[in-house]
Design a protein around this ligand. Structure first.
Ligand SMILES: Nc1ncnc2c1ncn2[C@@H]1O[C@H](COP(=O)(O)OP(=O)(O)O)[C@@H](O)[C@H]1O
Ligand SMILES: [Mg+2]
Length: 561
C-alpha cells in the first residue's frame, strides 16, 4: 500500500471530511496535507460511520441523518472522548455563520434520535459541552487505527463497487459481534464465521463486509456458494461475483486468481460447507497470490487453511427462565426478533405482557437460533402464541418460511436435512444416537451410549470432534467438557434414530449409564441426611448436586423433543 503520511496532529476525521470538501477547515491552524486519501470507517456499538461517504449505518442498515448532525457526529468522534465545548463545536459545524445555541441543541437531538436506544452515546456535560462516550474503533486501509492517531493515506477513494445484498430488515442485536468481527477482519486476511444453519452467519458477514467496504478500492464481492451442486463451479461463481468475464467453462481457479491479482478487494464466500475443499483451496490460493485480497467466509465448519481466524457465531441471547417479566424479556435479542417477525406476519400482533413469558419460553426452546425464531414467529399469525408455546411438536411446525428463501431456510427440517446430508455414515450414526440425551452430556456418556459393534471407539471420538467442528454439536467451555444438541437438531435426530431401528438399544444403554452414574450418589445420600452424615464435606455435597443436575433420568427416559 503506497502511503503518504498525514501530519501527526491531524485527526482522521478531519482529514477525510476536509479532503472530501464535506467539512469545514479544521479548527486552529492545523494544515492538512492530503494529496491522496485513504477512506476510514469508524465503528462503535452497532454503528459504523463512513466520513467520506457521509454515511451512518446501524447494524449494516443506513440511518437517516442530516448533514449538520453528521458533522456534529464527526466532530464528537474526533474529540476522542474529550468534552467538546459548545463554541468549538459550533465553529466546526457552522464555520461561516454565527448561530444560536439552540441550533446546536437541535442537531444534538437529531443525532440522539438517529442513535435510538443508544442515545446515551452523546453525553451532555453541564456548562461545558458534549462528549461522545462510545468506544470507537477506526479502520483505515484494512488497518486498525485510533481516531486522532497518525494515519497513512493512499490512492483516492472511490465508492467501491459491491454486489452485497441490501438488507431488507433491521439487523437485531449483534453489536458486539459486528465490532469483534470487524476488528478481526481489519487485522487478519481470512476470517471464517462458523455456526449451525440459521444462526445468523450470513447476516453478520454482510453487515461487517458493508462496514468494511470503504477500505476496498476494487470492491466487495459476495459469492453465494449455497446453490452449487458441483464444487468445480466455485471458481466461476467467484468470477461472476467479482464481475469477471470468462467464456463458458474457462473460469479455472488459476485464471480467476490471476484476474484478481493486484486488486484490493474483499471477497465474501457464503455457505461453503458442501464445497468446503474447493472453497478452502480457492481461498488459500487467492490469499497467497494477492496480498491485498481479504476474505470473510461463512460455513458450518472452518476451512482449515493457513492464516484462518475462526469466529463461532452464537445464537441470539434468550432470557433465563426466572426473568420472564415483560419488560425484562424484551431486552433479549431473540425475543425482539420474534416480536418483529410476528408483527410483520400480522400487523395487529401486540406483544401483550401476558404473552411475553410464552414468547420467552419459545425462544428458549428454539435456543435463540434466528431462523427457527423467524419461522416460529411467522406461525403466530395462523396459530397464535399460546398454541405455539404449548405445542409438543414445535419443531415440526417450523416450516413455511419465505418463498424466496433458499430451500434449506424454508423450514427447519430443510436446514437440518442439508447438514445431515453432508455427513459421513459414521458421523450420522454417532449423531443420531446422541439424540437420547435430553440435555448436556460428557464424552464418557457419549461413548457408552453410541458404542456398538458397527462403530469402533476411535471413530466415536473423532466423530464427536468432527461434529462439534461442523457446528452440529455444541460444546461448552467451562462446563467440564460437556456437549449438547440444540433442541431442533435433537428433534430431527430422534426421528432419524427411530427410522434406524436402533432406538430401543440406544435407550437401553442410556438408561444403564444413568443408573451407573446415579446409584453411587443415591447410595451415598440414602441412609441419612447428607449434612448429618459423618465425613460429608462441602465437596461431597457439590458432587452430589452436580450429579443430580446431570441430564440422566433413569426412571423416565424422555425420548420426545
Ligand atoms: N441479528 C439478526 N437480526 C435479524 N434477522 C436475523 C438476524 N440474524 C439472522 N437473521 C435472519 O435469520 C435467518 C437466518 O440467518 P442467516 O444469516 O441466513 O443464517 P446462516 O447464514 O447462519 O444460515 C435469515 O432470514 C436472517 O435474515
Ligand atoms: Mg448462510
Amino acid at each position: 500500500m503506497g502511503a503518504d503520511t498525514l501530519r501527526s496532529n491531524v485527526s482522521l476525521v478531519e482529514a477525510y471530511a476536509y479532503s472530501h470538501g464535506s467539512a469545514p477547515a479544521p479548527v486552529g491552524d492545523k494544515p492538512v496535507r492530503c494529496a491522496t486519501e485513504q477512506p476510514v470507517t469508524f465503528t462503535f456499538r452497532r454503528f459504523q460511520v463512513s466520513p467520506h461517504r457521509r454515511e451512518l449505518l446501524a447494524g449494516g442498515v443506513p440511518v437517516k441523518l442530516g448533514g449538520r448532525a453528521f458533522d456534529v457526529l464527526l466532530a464528537l468522534i474526533d474529540a476522542t472522548g474529550a468534552v467538546l465545548g459548545k463554541d468549538a463545536l459550533m465553529t466546526r459545524v457552522w464555520p461561516d455563520r454565527i448561530v444560536e445555541e439552540n441550533a446546536l441543541q437541535s442537531q444534538i437531538m437529531a443525532l440522539r434520535a438517529a442513535f435510538g436506544p443508544d442515545r446515551d452515546l452523546v453525553r451532555t456535560v453541564s456548562g461545558r459541552g458534549y462528549q461522545f462516550v462510545g468506544e470507537v474503533l477506526a479502520v483505515s486501509g484494512g488497518l486498525e487505527v485510533r481516531p486522532g492517531e497518525r494515519a497513512t493515506v493512499q490512492s483516492p477513494s472511490v465508492v467501491p463497487a459491491t454486489n452485497l445484498p441490501e438488507p431488507i430488515s433491521e439487523l437485531i442485536g449483534r453489536d458486539g459481534d459486528v465490532r469483534e468481527v470487524f476488528g478481526l477482519a481489519a487485522a487478519h486476511r481470512l476470517v471464517t464465521l462458523t455456526g449451525p444453519g440459521g444462526v445468523g452467519k450470513t447476516r453478520l458477514a454482510i453487515a461487517v463486509a458493508r462496514a468494511l467496504a470503504p477500505q476496498f478500492a476494487d470492491g466487495v464481492w459476495f459469492a453465494e456458494l449455497a446453490p452449487l451442486s458441483d464444487p468445480e463451479l466455485v471458481p466461476s461463481t467467484v468470477a461472476a461475483a467479482a464481475r469477471l468475464e470468462f467464456p463458458a467453462g474457462a473460469a479455472s481457479p488459476d485464471r480467476v486468481i490471476d484476474a484478481l491479482s493486484g486488486k484490493q478487494l474483499l471477497l465474501v464466500l457464503d455457505n461453503c460447507e458442501h464445497v468446503i475443499d474447493d472453497a478452502a483451496r480457492m481461498a488459500e490460493a487467492l490469499l497467497r497470490a494477492n496480498p491485498m485480497a481479504r476474505l470473510i467466509v461463512t460455513t458450518r465448519e472452518p476451512l482449515k487453511v493457513d492464516g484462518e481466524w475462526t469466529y463461532p457465531v452464537a445464537p441470539l441471547a434468550v432470557p433465563a427462565e426466572e426473568s420472564d417479566g415483560a419488560d425484562d424479556v424484551l431486552r433479549y435479542d431473540a425475543v425482539r426478533l420474534f416480536v418483529e417477525r410476528a408483527r410483520a406476519a400480522d400487523p395487529h400482533f401486540a406483544p401483550h405482557p401476558r404473552l411475553m413469558a410464552m414468547i420467552a419460553a419459545i425462544c428458549r426452546r428454539l435456543d435463540g437460533v434466528p431462523l427457527a425464531i423467524e419461522l416460529a414467529a411467522a406461525r403466530t399469525a395462523a396459530l397464535g402464541v399460546g398454541p405455539l408455546a404449548g405445542a409438543d411438536d414445535l419443531f415440526a411446525l417450523l416450516a413455511g418460511g419465505r418463498r424466496t428463501a433458499p430451500h434449506r431456510h424454508q423450514s427447519l427440517r430443510g436446514a437440518l436435512e442439508w447438514s445431515y446430508g453432508l455427513l459421513s455414515e459414521s458421523e450420522r450414526i454417532v449423531l443420531r444416537r446422541l439424540a437420547v440425551f435430553h440435555g448436556a452430556f460428557t464424552l464418557e456418556a457419549a461413548m457408552t451410549v453410541v458404542a456398538e459393534g458397527d462403530i469402533p471407539v476411535a471413530k466415536i471420538i473423532v466423530g464427536l470432534a468432527d461434529l462439534v467442528s461442523k457446528s452440529l454439536i455444541a460444546s461448552g467451555t467451562g462446563c467440564g467438557g460437556q456437549y449438547r444438541l440444540l433442541g431442533a437438531t435433537r428433534a430431527y435426530l430422534l426421528e432419524k434414530l427411530g427410522e434406524s431401528g436402533e432406538r430401543e438399544r440406544v435407550a437401553g444403554r442410556h438408561a444403564g449409564y444413568g443408573r451407573q452414574v446415579y446409584e453411587p450418589a443415591e447410595a451415598e445420600l440414602a441412609p441419612q441426611s447428607p449434612a448429618k452424615r459423618p465425613g460429608f464435606t462441602t465437596a461431597n455435597k457439590a458432587t452430589c448436586a452436580r450429579r443430580s443436575s446431570r441430564p440422566f433420568r433413569p426412571a423416565v427416559i424422555r425420548l420426545s423433543a
